[in-house]
Every structure is written in structure tokens, then in C-alpha cells.
Design a protein around this ligand. Structure first.
Ligand code: GLN
Length: 236
């Protein structure tokens, strides 16, 4: 099995290293045709506007959308989660193109700026059930997004309390959605939908390989649950 790691920008080296640790071949993906030779794809964290510009420049969006539609496993971490979402909102969004396919609404910089980056212990019973070990997983959140809404076909794997530091940075604005966001106590940070896995945090920056193992066990979804890959843009 060969796993592609989108290698335009961000933490692709760390994902490659995590795959090596569990004895799986990783392939750095920079061109559309390279996607033909891999069985699964990881879209790393980084900066989603920059990544989108680079993906656009290299004409990768059509191939990435096609890859999602094949039913092969695709995992987005952080900026990768934003890329996979059908809809993204949030302050300072760059209006970038998304791959889409994951039936959820993401807020891009929900937890605040780089200064509000944090680590916290998440409870992920599914991870323990499928991979063994404890329910707990150390979530590393770097200028992280949060999932605000999910569709009926989306399985929530983990949520997380909104840290006080994040709440302090939320400036009340005259906008219904932002007001609702400011009252949230918990938000969703990991989901699975068919062949898609998405985490708002960075498992590749920890020594716990269970998310990578869980991802690799996701079966190719060729059944009736064909994904609707909706190309959407970020909206504010
Ligand atoms: N919030 C960032 C963005 O919009 C993603 C941060 C990350 O991937 N660590 O791109």
C-alpha cells in the first residue's frame, strides 16, 4: 500500500515520518498524475490559503476532487480538514477554493491566532476501540479550525471544550453567526464520513501513531454512498 501525502506546504514531512514509523510507504504528491499511483491520501496541516493557491497553480483541484470521489481513503489534518469541508467560514478567510466532499461546516481559525495554539487531552473512545490503548489522545491544536455543523452521514469521533484563551479573543460583532460561535462551549474536532477522515489537530506531531493506523484501515468505499464532491468557496 502506498499513501500519498500532499506536499505543497505545511507538515507533510511529519506525516511522511509518521508513516515510516509504522512501516508504510509514503509518496509526496506535487503533481496530479502522482495520485494515480497511491491507495490513500493525506492532506496535511499548514496554511490553507497558501496551499489552495499552490494547488490551483499546479492545477491539482480536479484530480484531488476525483480522488475523493474514487472512494479511496482521504485524511485531512487541520488545513487539510478545511480543504475537505463542503463549506468554510471564519475571520480572515482568503476565499480560497476547497476540495469538498465532507458534509460539514468548518470555521477556519476558530481557536484564535497562532498565540492561542494549545495542547489538550481529547477523549476518543473510537480510537481505543479500534486501535487499542487509552481513550485519551494528546491533541495539538495550531491556529486550528473547528467543525461547527455536520451532516447526518458524518460520525463525530471527538469534540473539545472551547479554551478560555479562545473565548477571550472572540470579538463580538454584529453578525448572527459570530454571535452564536461566541456562545459555544464545545466544538467538534474529529470526524469520519465514508472514506474521509478529518482532524482539526495534528496527530503527526505526536509519537502516538494510532490515527495513522486507524486511517490506513479505512476501507475503500465503493458502495452506494458515493460522495457528492461539491466545489465550494470559503464565505465569510
Ligand atoms: N487555520 C489554518 C488555515 O486556515 C490552518 C492551521 C493549521 O493547519 N495548523 O489555514
Amino acid at each position: 500500500m502506498a499513501v500519498g501525502v500532499l506536499a505543497l506546504q505545511g507538515s507533510f514531512n511529519e506525516h511522511m515520518a509518521a508513516l515510516r514509523r509504522i512501516g508504510v510507504k509514503g509518496v509526496e504528491i506535487r503533481k496530479a498524475e502522482q495520485l494515480e499511483d497511491v491507495d490513500a491520501l493525506i492532506i496535511p496541516g499548514g496554511e490553507s490559503t497558501t496551499m489552495a493557491k499552490l494547488a490551483h497553480y499546479h492545477n491539482l483541484f480536479p484530480a484531488l476532487r476525483d480522488f475523493v470521489k474514487t472512494g479511496k481513503p482521504v485524511w485531512g489534518t487541520c488545513a487539510g480538514l478545511i480543504f475537505l469541508a463542503n463549506k468554510a467560514t471564519g475571520q480572515k478567510s482568503g476565499g480560497q477554493e476547497l476540495i469538498g466532499g465532507l458534509d460539514c461546516l468548518v470555521n477556519r481559525n476558530f481557536f484564535g491566532s497562532q498565540l492561542q495554539s494549545f495542547e489538550t487531552e481529547l477523549s476518543v473512545p473510537k480510537l481505543a476501540e479500534e486501535e487499542g490503548g487509552p481513550n485519551g489522545f494528546r491533541g495539538v491544536f495550531i491556529r486550528a479550525p473547528a467543525i461547527l455543523e455536520v451532516g447526518p452521514g458524518v460520525e463525530v469521533l471527538a469534540d473539545c471544550p472551547v479554551p478560555l484563551e479562545t473565548k477571550k479573543t472572540m470579538i463580538p460583532v454584529d453578525n448572527d453567526q459570530e454571535e452564536t460561535i461566541a456562545t459555544l462551549e464545545r466544538v467538534i474536532v474529529a470526524v469520519r464520513q465514508g472514506n474521509l477522515l478529518a482532524t482539526a489537530f495534528h496527530p503527526e506531531l505526536t509519537s502516538d501513531s494510532r490515527w495513522h493506523s486507524l486511517f490506513l484501515k479505512m476501507k475503500k468505499d465503493t458502495g452506494e454512498k458515493r460522495l457528492q464532491c461539491i466545489s465550494t468557496s470559503v464565505t465569510d
